[in-house]
Write a protein that binds this ligand. Sequence first.
Ligand SMILES: Nc1ncnc2c1ncn2[C@@H]1O[C@H](COP(=O)(O)OP(=O)(O)OP(=O)(O)O)[C@@H](O)[C@H]1O
Ligand SMILES: [Mg+2]
Length: 468
Amino acid sequence: MTTTLPLSPPNAPDFAADNNECQQDAFFNRFGHLENSPIPAYAIDADHVIIQWNRACVMLTGTPAAEMLGTRNHWEPFYETARPVLADLIVDGAMAESILRCYPGEVRQSSLTPCTYVGEGFFPRMANGGKWIQFSAAPLYDQMGNMIGAIAMLQDVSAQKHAEEALLKVHADLEQLVIVRTTELMRRNDELTKANEQLMSLQQQLMQVEKLASIGQLAAGVAHEINNPIGYIFSNFGALGQYLKQLMDMLDAYEKAEPLISQATVRRDLSALRESIDLGYLKADIPVIMRESLEGIVRVRQIVQDLKDFSRVDNAMEWQIIDLHPGIHSTLNIVSNEVRYKADVVLDFGAPSDVECLPSQINQVIMNLIINAAQSIGAVRGTITIRTGSTPGTAWIEVADNGCGIDGENSSRIFDPFFTTKPIGTGTGLGLSISYGIVSKHHGRIDVDSTVGVGTTFRITLPLRQPI
Ligand SMILES: Nc1ncnc2c1ncn2[C@@H]1O[C@H](COP(=O)(O)OP(=O)(O)OP(=O)(O)O)[C@@H](O)[C@H]1O
Ligand SMILES: [Mg+2]
């Protein structure tokens, strides 16, 4: 679709035209007052020759009217090289489309008078680093409706533009600030959420540690209470054994003397009594019962001792310099029920080395590792190997099993609190996270090496002395 410029609109200006008058005179007769208009304006005739360049236009462009009138240089204040401007296009009767094409995005047809075009543009060539000019151009008609030229009106809108730009910049800066602040707020919120999660998990761990500590305390208290009675039962039992032996010797002597008893009734009663109590069996069984009971008492004593060693409650929060091997032994005794039906335990201990540690807590770690190792072993009986060793400045303990191994995707999560692959009720998922916390507190490290279907080795490495 093409749009033709409305060269002769119905409301064409009704000014007197003398066919004999030249166009310039006709213009002056009609538009001479433009000279004093506060709006910068110029006009060209049908030959593109400038016939009006008013004072305001001189002020705006800095080009004197004398230099412009009678020339076709009205492009000069605006462009580097000669080119038709809006007024020229109108005088040439250019189609609306080609006018709009010449000023892409800058010019539009006026909605009030479609033969008028209005536009806006930046003209870098103009004074003080360029100016933003709003311009419009319209055709001029004589009385007969013939186009006799075109008029262009200009307006310096630089100040407005700069204010708009400044406003836009302020707006953009504000938006940027809002984005930066929002991002910062979101980051802080994330940090707070994470810190909160960490606190909660720490609190859970602390509660668990406290629970274990109080269980340890209870165990140690019970052990302490049992220790005394077991002590005197043990020593009394030794005396009882001795007395029984003496009584047996005495009984043997009486037995030997029995035939010498002269009264037949007494002899008969004694013989009946001996048979009824099966004295032979008693004499054979009493030493067996005594031996078995003694073994039992010794075991109870050992369990009590292990409980005391394991919990070390008396010095629970005291750093001590100790050899770790006795602790491993007592821990193994404590968990023997978890292990004995599932695996053989192989001990491969290096030379003893004194480690500065919180012994009950290190025992706790060893216990978690041994129980995990036992739980990793399935129906087929397995082996748990506990190795120890040292390097200059450190001591290490390894707990290795030939159980199920740890799946690759789980290996990064096993130290997370509450991560467990065990059935509900079996594991809380806290064992390794607590162990990790304890080892970190000792400035040590835990390493894991695991192959699915082959087994897992956990190694704890501890510094021999804690940094001051
Ligand atoms: N020796 C091991 N062999 C195979 N998997 C292991 C071994 N030790 C730990 N894991 C894996 O790591 C997970 C976390 O262990 P952790 O000791 O923290 O918790 P848990 O044993 O599941 O429960 P809890 O110790 O609280 O009773 C286990 O559920 C298991 O999947
Ligand atoms: Mg565990």
